[in-house]
Design a protein around this ligand. Structure first.
Ligand SMILES: CC(C)(COP(=O)(O)OP(=O)(O)OC[C@H]1O[C@@H](n2cnc3c(N)ncnc32)[C@H](O)[C@@H]1OP(=O)(O)O)[C@@H](O)C(=O)NCCC(=O)NCCS
Length: 216
Protein backbone atom coordinates (compact mmCIF):
# COMPACT_ATOMS: atom_id res chain seq x y z
CA UNK A 1 0.00 0.00 0.00
CA UNK A 2 1.29 3.49 -0.83
CA UNK A 3 1.98 5.54 2.26
CA UNK A 4 0.10 8.80 2.71
CA UNK A 5 1.42 11.10 5.41
CA UNK A 6 0.02 13.89 7.53
CA UNK A 7 2.24 16.31 9.46
CA UNK A 8 1.63 17.01 13.15
CA UNK A 9 2.31 20.71 13.75
CA UNK A 10 2.08 23.73 11.50
CA UNK A 11 5.14 25.79 12.48
CA UNK A 12 8.54 26.40 10.88
CA UNK A 13 9.68 22.80 11.12
CA UNK A 14 6.51 21.66 9.30
CA UNK A 15 7.51 23.92 6.41
CA UNK A 16 10.94 22.27 6.33
CA UNK A 17 9.33 18.83 6.36
CA UNK A 18 7.26 19.63 3.26
CA UNK A 19 10.55 19.60 1.30
CA UNK A 20 10.59 15.82 1.79
CA UNK A 21 7.35 15.51 -0.18
CA UNK A 22 8.29 17.62 -3.20
CA UNK A 23 9.05 14.59 -5.39
CA UNK A 24 6.56 12.07 -4.01
CA UNK A 25 3.60 14.31 -3.29
CA UNK A 26 2.27 11.69 -0.83
CA UNK A 27 1.13 14.20 1.74
CA UNK A 28 -2.49 14.79 2.72
CA UNK A 29 -2.07 17.82 4.99
CA UNK A 30 -1.21 18.93 8.52
CA UNK A 31 -2.87 19.13 11.94
CA UNK A 32 -2.34 21.96 14.42
CA UNK A 33 -4.34 23.08 17.46
CA UNK A 34 -3.97 26.67 16.26
CA UNK A 35 -6.51 26.86 13.43
CA UNK A 36 -4.83 29.94 11.96
CA UNK A 37 -1.57 28.15 11.09
CA UNK A 38 -0.71 27.97 7.39
CA UNK A 39 1.81 25.60 5.79
CA UNK A 40 2.34 26.50 2.13
CA UNK A 41 0.39 24.39 -0.37
CA UNK A 42 -0.91 21.78 2.04
CA UNK A 43 -4.31 21.45 3.66
CA UNK A 44 -5.10 22.25 7.27
CA UNK A 45 -6.85 19.06 8.43
CA UNK A 46 -7.95 20.30 11.87
CA UNK A 47 -6.72 20.12 15.43
CA UNK A 48 -4.27 17.61 16.88
CA UNK A 49 -6.54 17.09 19.89
CA UNK A 50 -9.35 16.11 17.48
CA UNK A 51 -7.39 13.29 15.80
CA UNK A 52 -8.79 9.78 16.12
CA UNK A 53 -8.24 6.55 14.22
CA UNK A 54 -11.42 6.65 12.14
CA UNK A 55 -10.76 10.28 11.17
CA UNK A 56 -7.29 9.29 9.87
CA UNK A 57 -8.72 6.35 7.88
CA UNK A 58 -11.46 8.58 6.44
CA UNK A 59 -8.80 11.05 5.24
CA UNK A 60 -6.69 8.22 3.71
CA UNK A 61 -3.77 8.88 6.06
CA UNK A 62 -1.53 5.84 6.69
CA UNK A 63 1.32 7.56 8.56
CA UNK A 64 1.97 10.57 10.75
CA UNK A 65 5.17 12.55 11.07
CA UNK A 66 5.75 14.99 13.92
CA UNK A 67 7.05 18.43 13.02
CA UNK A 68 8.02 19.96 16.35
CA UNK A 69 11.69 20.91 16.64
CA UNK A 70 11.39 21.21 20.43
CA UNK A 71 12.10 17.71 21.79
CA UNK A 72 9.69 17.78 24.74
CA UNK A 73 6.70 18.44 22.48
CA UNK A 74 7.82 15.99 19.79
CA UNK A 75 8.26 13.27 22.42
CA UNK A 76 4.87 13.96 24.01
CA UNK A 77 3.09 13.83 20.63
CA UNK A 78 4.87 10.63 19.60
CA UNK A 79 3.77 8.80 22.76
CA UNK A 80 0.23 10.12 22.39
CA UNK A 81 -0.24 9.35 18.69
CA UNK A 82 1.69 6.09 18.28
CA UNK A 83 -1.47 4.23 19.31
CA UNK A 84 -3.42 5.77 16.42
CA UNK A 85 -1.15 5.52 13.38
CA UNK A 86 2.00 4.21 11.74
CA UNK A 87 5.12 6.36 11.97
CA UNK A 88 7.26 5.13 9.08
CA UNK A 89 10.62 6.91 8.87
CA UNK A 90 10.72 9.71 6.31
CA UNK A 91 13.86 9.85 4.18
CA UNK A 92 14.72 12.64 1.72
CA UNK A 93 15.63 11.14 -1.68
CA UNK A 94 18.79 13.28 -1.75
CA UNK A 95 20.17 11.82 1.50
CA UNK A 96 22.62 8.90 1.53
CA UNK A 97 21.86 5.99 3.82
CA UNK A 98 23.99 2.88 4.11
CA UNK A 99 22.03 -0.31 3.56
CA UNK A 100 23.43 -1.36 6.95
CA UNK A 101 22.11 1.68 8.80
CA UNK A 102 18.86 1.43 10.80
CA UNK A 103 16.36 4.28 10.89
CA UNK A 104 13.49 3.71 13.32
CA UNK A 105 9.87 4.88 13.32
CA UNK A 106 9.03 8.56 13.25
CA UNK A 107 12.55 9.71 12.38
CA UNK A 108 13.16 12.16 9.55
CA UNK A 109 16.36 12.33 7.47
CA UNK A 110 16.70 15.63 5.58
CA UNK A 111 18.43 16.39 2.27
CA UNK A 112 22.19 16.11 2.06
CA UNK A 113 22.57 13.97 5.18
CA UNK A 114 24.75 10.87 5.23
CA UNK A 115 24.14 7.95 7.58
CA UNK A 116 27.00 5.49 7.38
CA UNK A 117 27.14 1.69 7.98
CA UNK A 118 25.82 0.25 11.26
CA UNK A 119 24.59 3.60 12.54
CA UNK A 120 21.26 3.39 14.40
CA UNK A 121 18.85 6.30 14.51
CA UNK A 122 16.21 5.47 17.12
CA UNK A 123 12.54 6.61 17.17
CA UNK A 124 11.29 10.13 16.51
CA UNK A 125 14.65 11.78 15.76
CA UNK A 126 15.41 14.70 13.46
CA UNK A 127 18.54 14.37 11.31
CA UNK A 128 18.43 17.81 9.75
CA UNK A 129 19.99 19.09 6.50
CA UNK A 130 23.54 17.95 5.67
CA UNK A 131 24.26 16.10 8.91
CA UNK A 132 27.01 13.44 8.87
CA UNK A 133 26.34 10.40 11.05
CA UNK A 134 29.42 8.20 10.87
CA UNK A 135 29.69 4.40 11.18
CA UNK A 136 28.39 2.66 14.31
CA UNK A 137 26.93 5.84 15.82
CA UNK A 138 23.81 5.34 17.96
CA UNK A 139 21.35 8.22 18.27
CA UNK A 140 18.79 7.91 21.10
CA UNK A 141 15.04 8.39 20.64
CA UNK A 142 13.62 11.94 20.29
CA UNK A 143 17.06 13.48 19.68
CA UNK A 144 17.29 16.43 17.28
CA UNK A 145 20.53 16.92 15.27
CA UNK A 146 20.73 20.34 13.59
CA UNK A 147 22.07 21.22 10.13
CA UNK A 148 25.70 20.46 9.28
CA UNK A 149 26.51 18.71 12.57
CA UNK A 150 29.12 15.95 12.29
CA UNK A 151 28.93 12.89 14.56
CA UNK A 152 32.09 10.80 14.24
CA UNK A 153 32.35 7.01 14.44
CA UNK A 154 31.20 4.87 17.41
CA UNK A 155 29.77 7.84 19.28
CA UNK A 156 26.60 7.31 21.33
CA UNK A 157 24.13 10.15 21.76
CA UNK A 158 21.46 9.67 24.43
CA UNK A 159 17.70 10.15 24.24
CA UNK A 160 16.11 13.58 24.00
CA UNK A 161 19.36 15.39 23.18
CA UNK A 162 19.73 18.48 21.01
CA UNK A 163 22.87 18.91 18.89
CA UNK A 164 23.23 22.48 17.55
CA UNK A 165 24.07 23.46 13.99
CA UNK A 166 27.63 22.78 12.85
CA UNK A 167 28.65 21.03 16.10
CA UNK A 168 31.27 18.30 15.82
CA UNK A 169 31.36 15.30 18.14
CA UNK A 170 34.64 13.37 18.25
CA UNK A 171 34.70 9.58 17.68
CA UNK A 172 34.00 7.14 20.58
CA UNK A 173 32.24 9.83 22.68
CA UNK A 174 29.19 9.22 24.88
CA UNK A 175 26.64 11.98 25.37
CA UNK A 176 24.08 11.40 28.12
CA UNK A 177 20.29 11.75 27.89
CA UNK A 178 18.68 15.22 27.68
CA UNK A 179 21.95 17.05 27.02
CA UNK A 180 22.21 20.05 24.70
CA UNK A 181 25.26 20.79 22.59
CA UNK A 182 25.41 24.42 21.39
CA UNK A 183 25.87 25.35 17.75
CA UNK A 184 29.48 25.17 16.64
CA UNK A 185 30.68 23.21 19.71
CA UNK A 186 33.56 20.77 19.34
CA UNK A 187 32.95 17.92 21.79
CA UNK A 188 36.14 16.06 22.71
CA UNK A 189 35.11 14.42 26.02
CA UNK A 190 32.14 12.39 27.28
CA UNK A 191 29.16 14.47 28.43
CA UNK A 192 26.88 13.24 31.28
CA UNK A 193 23.05 13.43 31.30
CA UNK A 194 21.24 16.81 31.55
CA UNK A 195 24.09 19.14 30.58
CA UNK A 196 24.20 22.32 28.49
CA UNK A 197 27.50 22.37 26.63
CA UNK A 198 29.10 25.03 24.40
CA UNK A 199 32.39 26.07 22.85
CA UNK A 200 35.59 24.73 21.29
CA UNK A 201 36.73 22.65 23.07
CA UNK A 202 33.23 22.18 24.48
CA UNK A 203 32.68 22.83 28.19
CA UNK A 204 29.71 22.06 30.44
CA UNK A 205 28.05 25.40 31.19
CA UNK A 206 25.31 24.18 33.53
CA UNK A 207 22.93 21.36 34.43
CA UNK A 208 19.50 21.54 32.84
CA UNK A 209 16.18 19.74 33.14
CA UNK A 210 14.92 17.42 30.38
CA UNK A 211 12.36 20.02 29.18
CA UNK A 212 14.90 22.83 28.59
CA UNK A 213 13.59 25.06 25.80
CA UNK A 214 16.10 25.50 22.96
CA UNK A 215 14.05 27.68 20.60
CA UNK A 216 13.12 31.02 22.19
C1 LIG B 1 23.29 26.46 23.31
C2 LIG B 1 22.00 27.24 23.18
C3 LIG B 1 20.83 26.28 23.22
C4 LIG B 1 21.97 28.16 24.38
O1 LIG B 1 20.84 28.96 24.30
P1 LIG B 1 20.41 29.88 25.53
O2 LIG B 1 20.36 29.05 26.76
O3 LIG B 1 19.20 30.60 25.09
O4 LIG B 1 21.64 30.85 25.70
P2 LIG B 1 21.74 32.39 25.32
O5 LIG B 1 21.42 32.61 23.88
O6 LIG B 1 20.96 33.14 26.36
O7 LIG B 1 23.30 32.69 25.50
C5 LIG B 1 23.94 32.64 26.77
C6 LIG B 1 25.40 33.00 26.53
O8 LIG B 1 26.05 31.95 25.79
C7 LIG B 1 26.58 32.45 24.55
N1 LIG B 1 26.29 31.42 23.55
C8 LIG B 1 25.07 31.03 23.11
N2 LIG B 1 25.21 29.99 22.26
C9 LIG B 1 26.51 29.74 22.15
C10 LIG B 1 27.24 28.80 21.41
N3 LIG B 1 26.63 27.89 20.64
N4 LIG B 1 28.59 28.80 21.54
C11 LIG B 1 29.22 29.69 22.32
N5 LIG B 1 28.56 30.62 23.08
C12 LIG B 1 27.22 30.65 22.97
C13 LIG B 1 25.82 33.74 24.28
O9 LIG B 1 26.56 34.60 23.47
C14 LIG B 1 25.62 34.25 25.69
O10 LIG B 1 26.84 34.82 26.11
P3 LIG B 1 26.87 36.05 27.16
O11 LIG B 1 26.23 35.54 28.43
O12 LIG B 1 28.32 36.35 27.29
O13 LIG B 1 26.08 37.15 26.53
C15 LIG B 1 21.91 28.05 21.86
O14 LIG B 1 22.76 29.15 21.84
C16 LIG B 1 22.22 27.20 20.66
O15 LIG B 1 23.36 26.87 20.33
N6 LIG B 1 21.13 26.84 19.98
C17 LIG B 1 21.18 26.00 18.84
C18 LIG B 1 20.69 26.72 17.59
C19 LIG B 1 20.61 25.77 16.45
O16 LIG B 1 21.53 25.03 16.16
N7 LIG B 1 19.47 25.76 15.79
C20 LIG B 1 19.21 24.84 14.71
C21 LIG B 1 17.88 25.18 14.10
S1 LIG B 1 17.45 24.06 12.81
Amino acid sequence: MNKKYAIIGGGGHARSITSLFEKTNNIIGFFDDNKKKIVQNISNLGTITGINKSHLIELGITDLIIAFGENSLRRLMFHKLIKLSNFSPLIHPKSILSKNAIIKDGSVIFAGSVVNPFAIINENCIINTSVIVEHNVVVGSHTNISPAAVILGNTEIGENCFIGANATIRENIQIGDNSIIGMGAVVTKNIPNNCLVMGNPAKIIKNINPNYVVFR
